[in-house]
Design a protein around this ligand. Structure first.
Ligand SMILES: [Zn+2]
Length: 348
C-alpha cells in the first residue's frame, strides 16, 4: 500500500513508498481506510528535516497526524464498518509519569510520550492504518469532507477547557475574546469562542484572501491593526501566532482577571526590548494569568468532535483551501501563500 514517508533529520527525503507493509495487528484492533490527512507547519518542519523521529529501529517515518478515515473492520464493536474515525495523535509515555498514568498524556511531564507521524509512531498518511478503540474518535457522518480538522480542533478544545478551569478560580463572566492569528488554529479557536456566546475579535496581518470573510461569517470582528491599538480589553486572549511582538502586546492587553492562553510555538533566538516590570505590574494588579497549552487528551478530542458537529459545515469546508490528490503528494508539502488548510486526499 502507499505511504508518504520521510527520513527524519534528512532534508528533501520526502518519498511516496508504494509497497509499504500493511499495518501490523499490534497497532490496534480497528482497521481503517484513509480518506485524508491535514497538513500543518509541523509536517513541513519534518519534511524539511528539522524535526521528527522514526519508530525504533526504522529509518523512515510515515507522516500524517491530522487523520480522517473510514472503519473497515472493528472486531471490538466500538465502531461500525463505514463509520468516520480519526486517530488520537499522542500515546502516553511508558514510565508512565503521573499525568500519563491517568490518560492526561497532553500534560506529560517526562517528554517520553510518542506521537503518530511525528515522534516514534507511524503516521496516518498511508492507505490503511490500525488504531486501538481507546484512541479512535468516531465522527458525525456529516463531517466526511472536513473531519481531518478534528486534530487542530482538539488542540483548541483543550485550550478552552483550560481557560475555563482557570476562570473557575473566581466569579468569572467573560464577554470578550481576542484571537491573535487567523490560521487554522486561530479560526477554530474563534469558532469555539463563538459557540460559548462570547463577542469574538480576530487579529491577523492579512488584509486580503479568505481570512477576513471567514471571520465575519462567524459573526466575529476582524482586525489588522497592532494589538496595542485595539480599543477594548479582552477577557480572554488565545494567542496563535507565536510572534514575540504580538504575544507580548497580547499579554499587556488583557483586561482585569484576564486569561491569556499561548498556543503558538516561537522559534526563539530573537530578543527585543521589553518592559518586564510593567508587564509584571499589570499581571499582579489585575490578577491576570498567562499560560501555555499544547496537544489534547481523549476528553478534548470528544469535545472537539461535538464542536465540529455543531458548526456550520460550509464554513468548516471553506477552511480547507487546497485538496491535493495523494498522487501529487509533494505539492501538499510546499508552502503557498494564502492557504489556510491543505489536505492530502487519499480518495482522489
Ligand atoms: Zn508522561
Amino acid at each position: 500500500m502507499r505511504a508518504v514517508t520521510v527520513t527524519p533529520g534528512v532534508p528533501d527525503s520526502l518519498r511516496m513508498v508504494d509497497d509499504w507493509p500493511e499495518p501490523a495487528p499490534e497497532e490496534g484492533a480497528i482497521l481503517v481506510e484513509a480518506l485524508a490527512v491535514g497538513i500543518c507547519g509541523t509536517d513541513l518542519e519534518i519534511a524539511a528535516g528539522e524535526y521528527g523521529e522514526a519508530p525504533p529501529g526504522q529509518e523512515r517515518l510515515v507522516l500524517g497526524h491530522e487523520s480522517l478515515g473510514r472503519v473497515l473492520e472493528d472486531p471490538t464493536g466500538t465502531l461500525q464498518p463505514g463509520d468516520l474515525v480519526a486517530g488520537v495523535v499522542r500515546r502516553p509515555d511508558p514510565v508512565p509519569c503521573p499525568n500519563c498514568a491517568v490518560d492526561e498524556w497532553d500534560m506529560c511531564r517526562n517528554g517520553q510520550y510518542t506521537e503518530h507521524g511525528i515522534k516514534g509512531l507511524p503516521g496516518f498518511a498511508r492507505d490503511r492504518w490500525r488504531i486501538q478503540p481507546k484512541f479512535a474518535v468516531g465522527l458525525d457522518p456529516a463531517l466526511a469532507p472536513v473531519g481531518m480538522l478534528l486534530e487542530p480542533t482538539s488542540v483548541v478544545a483543550k485550550a478552552w477547557d483550560h481557560i475555563e478551569r482557570i476562570g473557575a478560580r473566581a466569579e468569572w463572566k467573560p464577554q470578550t475574546a481576542l484571537v491573535t492569528g487567523a490560521g487554522p488554529i486561530g479560526l477554530l479557536a474563534a469558532l469555539l469562542a463563538t459557540q460559548r456566546g462570547l463577542a469574538v475579535h480576530v487579529l491577523d496581518r492579512n488584509t486580503t484572501g479568505p481570512k477576513p470573510e471567514l471571520v465575519r461569517a462567524l459573526g466575529a470582528t476582524y482586525h489588522t491593526v497592532p494589538v496595542a491599538e485595539l480599543d477594548f480589553e479582552p477577557d480572554v486572549v488565545v494567542e496563535c501566532t507565536g510572534a514575540p511582538p504580538v504575544l507580548l502586546d497580547a499579554m499587556c492587553k488583557a483586561g482585569p482577571i484576564g486569561i491569556v492562553c499561548l498556543t503558538g510555538v516561537s522559534s526563539g533566538g530573537r530578543s527585543m526590548d521589553f518592559d518586564a516590570g510593567a508587564l509584571n505590574r499589570d499581571l499582579v494588579l489585575e490578577n491576570n494569568v498567562v499560560f501555555g497549552s499544547v496537544n489534547a487528551n481523549r476528553r478534548h478530542w470528544d469535545l472537539a468532535a461535538q464542536a465540529l458537529a455543531r458548526a456550520d459545515q460550509s464554513w468548516l469546508n471553506s477552511l480547507v483551501t487546497r485538496r491535493v490528490p495523494v498522487s501529487a503528494y509533494a505539492e501538499a508539502y510546499t508552502h503557498t501563500g494564502g492557504d489556510i488548510k491543505t489536505v492530502l486526499d487519499f480518495t482522489a
